[in-house]
Design a protein around this ligand. Structure first.
Ligand code: HAM
Length: 420
C-alpha cells in the first residue's frame, strides 16, 4: 500500500469542519482589522529563504525541502510565508501603495522536522503581515488581532509572551556581550553552535540541544542591551497593551527561529497542548524588505499553526457541531418518480437547501434507512399516486409527524418549516 509521506496529513471529511471553521474565522477577524488576502507560490527560489529567513537558521540549514528543476534551478517548498509576501510586494510594485499595507494568508508550509504532536513536515499557517507602520501601535494592533482571533475560536489558557530583540544599532554591542559569554562556555556548546559563535551568535539562543539551552538560559539578554530608540518603542508597546487590557508577560528568552526579526517579538503559548505549545509566533522585521531588494519599509506580522490551534481548541473543550445533515430526503418509487425527485432536489438546492435523493437504486426500505443514517430532517416518499395527485406526505423525522403538502409547493413549505 502506498502511504502518505511521513509528517504529512490527510484531513478527512469528518475532520474538515474545524479547519473550515478556523479559516472562516481567520478571514472574518482579518477583515475587521482591514487585512486583504494574498496568495503566492508554494515554491520559491531557494535564495529567497537563504537571504530572507537567514542561512544560519535551523530552517535554512536543516529543514528546507529544496530541489533543482529540469533546468538546474534551485527551488524550495516555502517553509514560511513572510519572505514570500515581501518578495511578492517588491516584484509587483506594491511598496508605494498607501500605507499601511495589511495582508493575510492561509497556506501550507514545509519543514523537514521530526514529526510529533503539533509538529509536522507539511503544516498549515494563518499568517498576517503589515507594512509601512513603524509605531508601537502597529505592533499592538497585530498582537490585538492575534489575541482576538485566538479568543474568538474559543482557545482558553493561552499566554502572550513579548520581548524586544533590538535593532542593527544596538545589536553590535549585544553581540559582543554574547560572544564573550559563549566563548567562555564554548567547550559545552554543540558543534553547530561552535560554528554559530563565529557566524551568528544570536542563533545559539534558539538551539534545541539541552546542553546549549542550559548555557543559553544564563546568557546576556537583549532586553538589557537595547538602544534608546528600541527601549522607547518597547515601552510604547507595553503602554498601549496595558491600556487596552491585553495581558502579557515579558519573556527575555524569546529570540524566534528566523533571522529577520528586529525589536518586538512575541509568542502565544498554550501549555495544555504538550511540547509544541507555541500556537502563534511573530514580530517586527524592519530590515527585511530592504534586504530583499525593496525599499526601506518596516514590517510586522505573525503566523499561527493551524494544527496547534485545533489541539488548543480541543484542550479548551471547543466543540464545532458538524451540520452536515440533509434538510430533505426524497425517496422515489418507480422511474417517473425518480425523474421528478431529481427535479425537486435541484429546486431545493437552488433555494439554498441541502436535499438528497436516491442515486444508487436502493429499495424504499433501504432509502429510509439511509435517510435516517444521514439524519435527514424531512423525508418525502413519491410514487405513482403522489405524482397523479400532485400531493405527498412530508415527514418531520424529529417528531415523526406527517403533513400533506403539494409537490409544487414543497420547497416553500420546507423553507418555512426549517426557519421556524
Ligand atoms: P514560526 O515561528 O516559524 O514563524 O512559525 C509560526 C507558527 O507556525 C508556529 O508558532 C507554529 O504554531 C507553526 N509551526 C511552525 N512550524 C511548524 C511545524 N513544523 N508543524 C506545525 N506547526 C508549525 C513564522 O513562520 C513567521 N513567518 C511568522 C511571522 C509572520 N513573523 C512575522 N510575520
Amino acid at each position: 500500500m502506498i502511504q502518505k509521506p511521513r509528517g504529512t496529513m490527510d484531513i478527512l471529511p469528518d475532520e474538515v469542519g474545524v479547519w473550515q471553521y478556523i479559516e472562516k474565522k481567520a478571514r472574518e477577524v482579518a477583515a475587521k482589522y482591514g487585512y486583504s488576502e494574498i496568495r503566492f507560490p508554494t515554491f520559491e527560489s531557494t535564495e529567497l529563504f537563504a537571504r530572507g529567513v537567514g542561512d544560519t537558521t535551523d530552517v535554512v540549514q536543516k529543514e528546507m525541502y529544496t530541489f533543482t528543476d529540469r533546468e538546474d534551478r534551485s527551488y524550495t517548498l516555502r517553509p514560511e510565508g513572510t519572505a514570500c509576501v515581501v518578495r511578492s510586494l517588491i516584484e509587483n510594485g506594491k511598496c508605494s501603495d498607501t500605507m499601511p499595507l495589511k495582508l493575510y494568508y492561509i497556506i501550507n508550509c514545509f519543514r523537514y522536522e521530526k514529526p510529533q504532536a503539533g509538529r509536522s513536515r507539511e503544516f498549515f499557517q494563518f499568517g498576517t503581515e503589515m507594512f509601512g507602520a513603524a509605531a508601537p501601535q502597529a505592533d499592538a494592533t497585530v498582537i490585538a488581532l492575534a489575541d482576538t482571533f485566538i479568543r474568538e475560536i474559543g482557545i482558553k489558557d493561552v499566554k502572550l509572551h513579548i520581548n524586544s530583540i533590538g535593532c542593527p544599532n544596538c545589536r553590535p554591542k549585544y553581540h559582543e556581550a554574547l560572544v564573550k559569554y559563549f566563548s567562555d562556555n564554548s567547550d559545552k556548546l554543540c558543534d553547530t553552535c561552535k560554528e554559530r559563535l563565529k557566524t551568528n551568535p544570536l542563533r545559539i539562543l534558539d538551539c534545541k540541544c539541552p546542553e546549549c539551552k542550559a548555557i543559553a538560559s544564563d546568557a546576556p539578554k537583549t532586553i538589557d542591551n537595547l538602544c534608546v530608540e528600541c527601549q522607547t518603542h518597547f515601552d510604547g508597546l507595553k503602554l498601549v497593551l496595558d491600556n487596552s487590557g491585553i495581558e502579557y508577560e515579558i519573556d527575555p528568552h524569546i529570540v524566534r527561529g528566523l533571522d529577520y526579526y528586529t525589536r518586538t517579538v512575541f509568542e502565544f503559548i498554550c501549555d495544555s497542548i504538550g511540547a509544541q505549545s507555541t500556537i502563534c509566533g511573530g514580530g517586527r522585521y524592519d530590515g527585511l524588505m530592504k534586504q530583499l531588494g525593496g525599499p526601506e519599509l518596516p514590517g510586522i506580522g505573525f503566523a499561527m499553526g493551524i494544527t496547534r490551534l485545533i489541539l488548543a481548541m480541543k484542550a479548551s473543550g471547543v466543540d464545532i457541531g458538524a451540520d452536515d445533515a440533509p434538510s430533505v430526503y426524497i425517496a422515489p418509487m418507480g422511474t417517473a418518480a425518480t425523474v421528478r425527485a431529481f427535479e425537486l432536489v435541484e429546486k431545493f438546492r437552488e433555494a439554498g437547501i441541502y436535499a438528497e435523493t436516491d442515486l444508487v437504486s436502493r429499495s424504499l426500505k433501504a432509502q429510509m434507512k439511509y435517510a435516517d443514517k444521514k439524519s435527514a430532517r424531512y423525508t418525502v416518499i413519491i410514487g405513482d399516486s403522489e405524482l397523479e395527485s400532485g400531493k405527498a406526505q412530508l415527514k418531520d423525522m424529529r417528531n415523526s409527524t406527517q403533513s400533506e403538502i403539494e409537490l409544487d409547493k414543497i420547497v416553500e413549505h420546507v423553507l418555512a418549516a426549517i426557519k421556524e
